[in-house]
Design a protein around this ligand. Structure first.
Ligand code: ATP
Length: 278
């Protein structure tokens, strides 16, 4: 569905995105995982035609996103990080304004469907600014679904939300995928990437270091981790391919060594040498 090759973006002499190539299958969730400044937003801006690549190509099926931006904009919708609705208008009015701006046919019916799908029917008359953070996010998502986009871009969909609300947003994203849409998201939350994404691309300093399913990523760096305590109170971690190796390391380390399954944070540290603040 989306095919990106050699995507590169310079801001002046600063290389923000460096020769990124990736493929996103229709009806899947693709997650770009990386710390602040890795280049995630810059990639989303290029994929959504808001920024022109310095070099490289982006195709949505056979449509060239660099040259046919109007056509791409009819296919996609972007759920922004900022709450860019009108805080004084009600949920319903915000939906109406968005739908009218986007020329949505059968708007009233679609608003009802979208409100129901996002669990917002009971909030239709509430001013958007009075909603909780998670419900505001649901409004942002409900609006973007009105024109029936094939691909939804979400920049850090659950940033700033508490853990339970974050999980609600993940369920919504899963429903969107179940409806056959493609979702491309950025995140710096390991758990979000691991539990939500069919494929995860790990981005570090503008470069895509590795791409695979969360399970394969963990498999490729090692399924087991031995954690041992250091004298300064920090924990040391060793990633092992086999349980046998893990047991040997844990036994050598002695008391306080813990063996656990590897997670995406271990993969991230191993392939980038960096740590993401969660
Ligand atoms: P964040 O989550 O903090 O936005 P990110 O992974 O989305 O991080 P980008 O915002 O894409 O990263 O930024 C990538 C790099 O490009 C950073 O070093 C940033 O400072 C730089 N950058 C981004 N936008 C501009 C700009 N308009 N002009 C100059 N440099 C920029």
């Amino acid at each position: 569905m989306i095919r990106v090759r050699d995507l590169t973006k310079y801001y002046g002499s600063k290389c923000a995105v460096d020769s990124v190539s990736l493929d996103v299958e229709r009806g899947t969730v693709y997650g770009l995982l990386g710390p602040n400044g890795a280049g995630k937003t810059t990639i989303i801006k290029m994929l959504t035609t808001l920024s022109r690549p310095t070099r490289g190509s982006i195709f949505f099926d056979s449509i060239d996103a660099v040259r046919q931006s109007e056509e791409i904009r009819r296919l996609i919708a972007v759920v922004p990080q900022d709450r860019n609705f009108d805080a004084e208008l009600s949920v319903y009015e915000n939906m109406l304004v968005y739908g009218m701006l986007h020329g949505v046919d059968g708007l009233k019916r679609k608003i009802e469907e979208s409100l129901a799908a996002l669990g917002l029917s009971g909030e239709r008359n509430t001013p958007a600014g009075a909603l909780s953070g998670g419900t505001q996010k649901r409004l942002l998502i409900a609006r973007t679904l009105l024109p029936g986009p094939e691909v939804l871009f979400m920049d850090e969909p659950s940033v700033g939300l508490d853990p339970q609300v974050r999980r609600d947003i993940w369920d919504i994203v899963r429903d969107i995928r179940a409806g056959g849409r493609t979702v491309f998201l950025t995140t710096h939350y390991m758990e979000e990437a691991e539990s939500l994404c069919d494929k995860v691309g790990i981005l570090s300093k503008g470069r895509l270091v590795i791409v695979d399913t969360p399970a394969n990523l963990k498999e490729s760096v090692g399924r087991y981790v031995v954690e041992t305590g250091l004298p300064d109170g920090k924990r040391n971690r060793a990633i092992c391919m086999s349980r046998q190796d893990a047991v040997a390391i844990a036994e050598a380390a002695g008391n306080g060594a813990v063996i656990r399954p590897s997670n995406l944070e271990d993969v991230f540290i191993k392939v980038t040498g960096e740590v993401i603040e969660q």
